[in-house]
Design a protein around this ligand. Structure first.
Ligand SMILES: Cc1cc2nc3c(=O)[nH]c(=O)nc-3n(C[C@H](O)[C@H](O)[C@H](O)COP(=O)(O)OP(=O)(O)OC[C@H]3O[C@@H](n4cnc5c(N)ncnc54)[C@H](O)[C@@H]3O)c2cc1C
Length: 451
């Protein structure tokens, strides 16, 4: 075990100072580290945007050095590894054997423990559900020294509480997942321009049966009939690997030191303002001349376009930024999503990254998992203080009113009241909470969910 400087969350907001930071070297140290304080929290790679991975005044237990593979069967695609192994390391190991992650978020610098604790989703949620749906087993260590091997049938209640359990039920020491077969490390991708929200949604609905990966980028500076204007992107892994002579088979290594660009310093807050964001969105929309474009691409640019700019989160300046992601039910009527996007424009807020997706109806295995059927929207907002917080209050209320929810992995703002409304299952989590585990997020939202 060793101590290191205080880790941050990806949004760099809120500022948080843990009392202590313990970096684990071995799985056998977990229980002792948990007993070192009555307020501990596992910390993976800090890719959560808000405060689920922060523990102000408590102890952060850094797991990313628990990065050893335990077993991998190239015949079945079953992989077991320590909880600090990153998705990037898994990709490096398994893709050459014709396997890929069953579900991946938009960055590969995420640990498998973090992926389980937030039950992350990806561009194929409509077909594969969440990451937790592909977890075969994991080991959960508690501060009382007890160790449980959890599977969908063994300690099934602990399995459900820990998937999406925000690191509050104990610390996962290793996990076993089922990978998916791929024919090639390349994808057939189609990008289609959409002029409105209805057009965008129509593309999603039409594509979901035959395209494994679907996602939409939208320009949230648009209003009126153009609300929801943007690009719809769909892709499938190719069946076989062919390298055309004209293609430079550039491979981006899965380590942060090989990122193509690194943001060197924290720039001033005004760099990302409404004008620069509008200009970026216009350029992005028009970079594709034709209405639709078909390309062949490799894993990194398709799944992890942001990973090539190391430390891009610093572009938002010293005050950091907040991501806001909701899911709302969808029954063919997009008026609530239209209302949300119009409200953002009315508030004068702009987001560089506005991503829209349709979640499918595959149930999430976690008690507190975020995804449910409907439309999900994720946006980044530079932290400009009170005006932003007011707008987020309004958006949270709209989402709560229609039976939607906000994603804790992205959140730094949700009130206890709204959390309680959106996650009534949280009261059932109480029986599984480790008495030593807590987080800044939990301190903020838990008061109303005590049994
Ligand atoms: C660019 C970018 C794109 C993203 N895209 C998506 C996306 O498409 N879909 C999506 O769902 N998410 C997405 N995310 C969010 C990210 O996938 C999650 O926040 C993920 O959980 C981060 O994993 P981590 O290893 O960094 O964990 P951390 O952020 O360090 O921790 C997350 C939570 O996991 C807990 N935890 C970590 N390790 C363990 C362990 N061993 N045992 C128990 N609990 C543990 C922590 O206590 C904390 O509650 C994105 C993030 C970024 C930065």
């Amino acid at each position: 075990m060793s101590t290191t400087p205080a880790p941050e969350s990806w949004g760099r907001y809120p500022a948080s100072t843990p009392h202590d930071v313990i970096t684990l070297a071995w799985r056998t140290q977990i229980a002792d580290a948990m007993r070192s304080s009555t307020r501990v929290l596992a910390y993976g790679l800090g890719r959560s945007y808000g405060d689920v991975c922060l523990n102000n005044d408590g102890t952060l237990i850094v797991t990313s050095h628990l990065d050893r593979f335990i077993s991998f069967d190239p015949a079945t695609g079953v992989l077991r590894c320590e909880a600090g192994v990153s998705l990037a390391a898994i990709i490096d190991l398994v893709v050459p054997h014709g396997w890929f992650l069953p579900v991946t978020p938009g960055t590969k610098y995420v640990t498998i423990g973090g992926a389980i604790a937030n039950d992350v989703h990806g561009k194929n949620h409509h077909l594969r559900g969440t990451f937790g749906s592909h977890v075969r087993a994991f080991e959960l260590v508690r501060s009382d020294g007890s160790v449980r091997e959890c599977t969908p049938t063994q300690h099934a209640d602990w399995f459900a509480a820990t998937i999406g359990g925000l690191g509050l039920t104990g610390i996962i020491s290793w996990a076993e997942i089922q990978l998916i077969r791929i024919g090639a490390p390349t994808l057939d991708v189609e990008s289609i321009k959409a002029r409105s929200l209805d057009e965008m949604i129509a593309h999603m609905v039409e594509s979901d049966a035959s395209w494994e990966y679907t996602v939409s980028w939208i320009d949230c500076t648009q209003g009126g009939d153009s609300v929801g204007k943007g690009s719809f992107i769909r892709g499938n892994f190719e069946d076989e690997y062919r390298i055309k002579n004209s293609e430079s088979n550039q491979r981006i290594k899965n380590t942060e030191s090989n990122m193509l660009v690194q943001v060197p310093v924290v720039p001033p807050n005004w760099l990302l303002n409404r004008t620069s964001i509008k200009a970026f969105n216009t350029l992005y929309y028009h970079k594709q001349f034709n209405r639709s474009k078909r390309t062949r691409t490799s894993i990194d640019p398709f799944f992890y376009p942001l990973d090539v700019v190391g430390g891009w989160n610093k572009l938002y300046g010293k005050r950091g930024f907040l991501q806001w992601q909701c899911v709302i039910p969808y029954d063919g009527d997009a008026s609530v999503m239209h209302h949300i996007l119009t409200e953002i424009k009315r508030a004068g807020m702009a987001s560089f990254l506005a991503v829209l997706k349709m979640f499918g109806d595959k149930p999430s295995p976690g008690l507190l998992s975020f995804p449910r059927p409907g439309l999900t929207l994720a946006l980044d907002f530079g932290n400009d203080g009170v005006p932003l917080m007011r707008m987020l209050d309004t958006l949270d209320a709209i989402v709560a009113d229609v039976g939607g929810r906000i994603y804790p992995a992205k959140d730094a703002h949700l009130s206890a009241e709204h959390f309680h409304t959106m996650y009534p299952e949280a009261s059932r989590l109480a029986a599984f909470l480790d008495p030593h585990c807590t987080s800044t997020f939990w301190q903020r939202v838990h008061t109303k969910v005590q049994p």
